[in-house]
Design a protein around this ligand. Structure first.
Ligand code: MTE
Ligand code: MO
Length: 536
């Protein structure tokens, strides 16, 4: 019986170690692909590559044999190939290190090539397979090292003829007393932990990523009814100055801020909005119920409380939606309430003053579309809130699922116990877009231009000061409404040297933008932006 421990069984365990190294490689890659480069799944990329290179007769054979299951057959085949190849890599690593790791690295390089040569990849697509290769190689090296230690101790025991007193590590194997219990346990412990982690992480990441892509497909096929009213963009609303922010921020450039580790993927078919709390009757609405209310188009500028002076966490979009006051009316708000706690499917909450949502003169909305398409998944698909004049964290809940009518005394939103105010109106502000801070520009006439926002009130005036000169009013673009930013510009005859350009705004109430610097916590930054420009 003792012969069974004579080497061959270690090949089996080395093969297992190889398979686990391969599993860790794939699981790590799937996890990072999900987090920041969804097209970067090694298995799918290699699968796609195989489909592309396989000659037509093979494809026909596959379709004839497996029918509509041809893709599944391909993936199963690939999976089997991965298992066999990694088992071989494990054995190689045991008998001829580092050949096993070299094999794994070659597989990593090949899948990286398969990924980055796919269409529509992001610049970071190489990261998941590279991190996967590193993690997989690391585990393979570690497992085989432990396996060797175990084998060495078995050999040591067998060549030792003296019968020693059993130590704590001595365990009977195949009837004989041997010493390698400790090394064996170390090997199997790591095998179990790495194997189970790879299975759980890999399967979860792939499942989530498949759910996301199926919701992407549903979103892509969604046809929204045309709005009852459209935003009127007046003549002269958009200035044509290089470096100046677009009047409407394209969705792909729109800032994104949320606490979601992975973007929630919600099928609008199963989505429900619940309106409850201090209401006459609890109301449940479907996506179709929202559409049936009739959509209007709204232009609103969104701002994040985390936007620093001169920062980029602000953007303007055309939203399609319905007024929140009409939605709340369906449930009937009880007296005594002063807040609506909105909740996202991922548990995030925001506290919005009830008055901001019921005010007839304020366009607080439930939005379903952004700049002419259904909300992008990252921006709250299928339904989010947008409230002019309040920072996003107290008003702009994405992936909305519940509106609870309540009071500030009774309920608290996500950011409130984390150092941010329960209520946070936007501090109106102005920003220089061009010339860029610290930029070097040529002397002569150049435009200084930027944007300014005072949602729900409107911008009256923007003033610019060069060095210690006077504040000079800038020219404003024609405003769409008081809820969107305006563009501003001033022609400047730049003289050689370094100059400071400062900007400040005045809102339509006649208030001057706050000069005093404040950090973003607890309720938004303030201060006039001042940039240094070098003129040569
Ligand atoms: N579900 C959910 N909604 C959320 C947040 C969040 O973390 N989770 N962040 C809010 C914050 S802080 C801001 S500034 C806006 C940003 O919206 P955007 O990512 O579409 O630009 O969303 C708000 N809505
Ligand atoms: Mo925010």
């Amino acid at each position: 019986m003792a012969q069974r421990s004579s080497g061959k069984r270690f090949f089996v365990w080395a093969a297992l170690a190889g398979v686990i190294g391969g599993g860790v490689f794939l699981a790590t890659a799937e996890l990072f692909a999900l987090l920041f480069a969804r097209a970067a799944s090694p298995i799918l990329a290699v699968g796609g590559f195989v489909i592309d290179i396989v000659p037509q007769p093979f494809k026909e054979f596959a379709i004839a044999t497996f029918g509509e299951y041809d893709k599944i057959a391909l993936l199963a085949g690939l999976g089997l190939a991965v298992v066999i190849a990694s088992a071989i890599a494990g054995i190689l690593q045991l008998v001829r290190p580092p050949l096993g790791v070299i094999a794994l690295v070659i597989a990593g390089v090949l899948s990286t090539v398969a990924i980055v040569t796919r269409a529509a990849v992001t610049p970071l697509a190489f990261v998941p397979p590279v991190l996967g290769t590193i993690a997989g190689s690391f585990i393979l090296v570690l497992l085989i090292r432990r396996l060797r230690a175990w084998r060495a101790s078995v050999v040591a025991v067998r060549t030792d003829d003296t019968t020693e007193a059993p130590s704590a590590d001595v365990e009977p194997v195949d009837g004989a007393t041997v010493r390698p219990g400790f090394d064996r346990r170390r090997f199997f412990m790591l095998t179990a932990v790495a194997g189970a982690s790879a299975l759980i992480v890999g399967i979860t990441a792939r499942t989530v990523s498949m759910a996301v892509s199926s919701v992407e497909a549903i979103r892509g096929a969604l046809k929204l009814p045309s709005p009852k009213s459209k935003v009127v963009v007046p003549e002269g609303a958009e200035l044509d100055i290089p470096g100046l922010s677009k009047l409407f921020t394209p969705n792909k450039d729109f800032y994104r801020v949320d606490t979601a580790l992975t973007v929630p993927s919600i099928d609008p078919e199963t989505w429900r909005l619940v309106i409850d709390g201090m209401v006459d009757k609890r109301v449940e609405m479907s996506f179709q119920d929202i559409l049936d209310m009739g959509l209007d188009e709204y232009a609103i500028t969104l701002t994040c409380v985390s936007n620093e002076v001169g920062g980029e966490l602000v953007g303007t979009a055309k939203w399609l939606g319905v007024p929140l006051r009409d939605v709340l009316k369906k449930a009937g708000v009880k007296s005594g309430a002063d807040m609506v706690l909105s909740r996202s499917v991922d548990g995030y909450t925001a506290s919005t003053p009830l008055s901001a949502l019921t005010d007839d003169n304020l366009d607080a909305i439930l939005a379903v579309a952004m700049n002419g398409e259904p909300l992008p998944l990252e921006h709250g698909f299928p339904v989010r809130m947008v409230v002019p004049g309040l920072y996003g964290y107290v008003s702009a809940t994405k992936w909305l699922t519940e509106l609870k009518v309540t009071t500030f005394a009774d309920d608290e939103a996500y950011w409130t116990p984390r150092g941010y105010s329960a209520e946070a109106p936007i501090k109106f502000a102005s920003r220089v877009d061009t010339p860029k801070l610290g930029a070097a520009v040529d002397a002569g006439k150049i435009p200084i231009a930027g944007v300014a926002w005072a949602q729900s009130v409107g911008i009256e005036r923007v003033e610019v000061r060069i060095d210690d000169g006077d504040w000079v009013p800038a020219t404003l673009s024609a405003p769409i409404n008081d809820d969107t930013w305006v563009q501003w510009f001033m022609e400047w005859d730049a003289t050689p040297g370094t100059h400071y350009v400062a900007v400040r705004a005045v809102n339509k109430n006649g208030d001057l933008q706050i000069e005093e610097r404040a950090p973003i916590a607890p309720n938004g930054s303030s201060g006039w932006q001042r940039s240094l420009i070098r003129v040569t």
